[in-house]
Design a protein around this ligand. Structure first.
Ligand SMILES: [Zn+2]
Length: 54
């Protein structure tokens, strides 16, 4: 799974992945079209990061 989130919520997303999967998460910066079309899962601003469990 992955969580798209803004800069404010990236630490929260990392905690969620670590809690649920007990693995170090992979944090990627969203770029271009992905960044513009993706909304943070925790608030309503544009997402900057994707935090994944693989
Ligand atoms: Zn957010």
């Amino acid at each position: 799974m992955d969580i798209k989130c803004c800069k404010e919520h990236v630490e929260l997303a990392i905690d969620v992945i670590v809690d649920e999967y007990e693995v170090p998460p992979v944090v990627e910066l969203l770029t271009g079209k992905d960044e513009l079309s993706t909304i943070c899962e925790y608030c309503n601003i544009t997402a900057t990061y994707k935090v994944a469990n693989a």
